[in-house]
Design a protein around this ligand. Structure first.
Ligand SMILES: Nc1nc2c(ncn2[C@@H]2O[C@H](COP(=O)(O)OP(=O)(O)OP(=O)(O)O)[C@@H](O)[C@H]2O)c(=O)[nH]1
Ligand SMILES: [Mg+2]
Length: 338
């Protein structure tokens, strides 16, 4: 049995257990809820390219060169990335030949398995936040404007708060009018602390905020920044300065620098990731608005072209719709009806 059948069976079984009111742990319930969010949030992508793939299976009774050409095109339009698709189709060709595959139902299994392997490859990228106990952890959020930095901070803070952590948000976006108030309002809404003022130097704000956070033993501090990338040199200098200030107050921090990218911007988002990777040490990606695109394949392109782990995905606008990335749930959500 292939990988996809296995995860399908596991999720279906858990769902059944919950429906039948059998005893399930809170974690198992959360797993099923998260899985359903992937299923809902990825519906546009699923409708788009999974349906196209199914049509392909009906159209071609024999696996021919034309079949591979069309398959390539479908995967590329799903934003998977040209090179990844080429490698993938080569592998598929090889397996079809070696295993004498003729049956499309079986080929479907192989397609999903191989797509999964693209992400996993020879190493499992951990999607877990890298937090250390009994110290103040600083997470810096970067990314161009409008991608969802501020809302992602609020959503992640909400999740961490529910895990019992003492949280502070710092308004390091001193550039855009209204940014400080926006973060302050989020902090009030979810019930966490806030630090920010109307000074123009983000590093000065971060400095004071972190001093307070350290003195008062906060567990996690999430730092918002302005989204500007008109000038790489300036951005690099500013990020260097912020990093210096952070590590001066709390050594070995920021523990995470999360780059937020908007899935609906496709290849543009990939270019942003490459640029940011050149100028600072990005430890993870928050991929927002996956619910708003039919091109959910971008996760695989990120893996191939940027090779930074996706740590969270945004699958909707609600506070609870930003969830930890999980490749199995993602593949399941993408191929549920395949
Ligand atoms: N559908 C959907 N909308 C999202 C998601 N994440 C963020 N948004 C929306 O995207 C818009 C921009 O979000 P912000 O958090 O303000 O973006 P930002 O990066 O902080 O923007 P600037 O501060 O202007 O640089 C808001 O309307 C959010 O509700 C998501 O996962 N799904
Ligand atoms: Mg913002």
């Amino acid at each position: 049995m292939g990988f996809f059948s296995k995860i399908k069976n596991i999720f279906n079984k858990k769902e059944e257990e919950i429906e039948n009111n059998e005893e399930v742990t809170i974690e198992e319930k959360q797993e099923v809820e998260d899985t359903n969010k992937y299923v809902e949030g990825l519906s546009k992508s699923r409708d788009n390219f999974v349906n196209k793939l199914s049509v392909l299976g009906i159209k071609y009774t024999k696996i021919s060169e034309d079949f591979y050409d069309e398959l390539e095109e479908i995967l590329i339009t799903a934003d998977i990335g040209v090179n990844t698709v080429m490698d993938f189709v080569d592998k598929l060709r090889k397996r079809v030949k070696e295993e004498h595959i003729e049956d499309f139902e079986y080929l479907k299994e192989v397609i999903v398995d191989e797509l999964f392997m693209i992400y996993v490859g020879d190493q499992i990228l951990s999607s877990k936040l890298n937090l250390v106990d009994n110290t103040t952890n600083v997470i810096l959020f970067v990314g161009v404007n409008g991608v969802g930095k501020t809302t992602s901070i609020a959503k992640i803070a909400n999740r961490l708060k529910q895990e019992g952590k003492k949280i502070m948000l710092i308004a390091g976006d001193t550039f855009r009018a209204g940014a400080v108030t926006q973060l302050d309002e989020w902090a009030k809404k979810i019930g966490v602390s806030f630090y920010g003022d109307d000074r123009k130097d983000p590093s000065a704000v971060i400095y004071d905020g972190l001093k307070k956070a350290k003195e008062e033993n906060y567990d996690v501090v999430l730092v918002d920044t302005a989204g500007r990338l008109q000038n790489k040199v300036n951005l690099m200098k500013e990020l260097e300065k912020m990093n210096r200030v952070i590590s001066e107050i709390i050594p070995n921090n920021p523990i995470e620098t999360l780059l937020v990218i908007d899935a609906t911007t496709g290849q543009n988002g990939i270019s942003q990731a490459k640029s940011f990777k050149e100028i600072t040490n990005i430890t993870g990606i928050v991929l927002t608005k996956l619910d708003g695109t039919a091109k959910g394949g971008i996760v695989l392109a990120i893996k191939e072209l940027v090779d930074i782990p996706v740590k969270f995905v945004g699958l909707g606008e609600k506070e609870t719709d930003l969830i930890p990335f999980d490749i199995e749930k993602y593949i399941y959500g993408l191929f549920k009806e395949f």
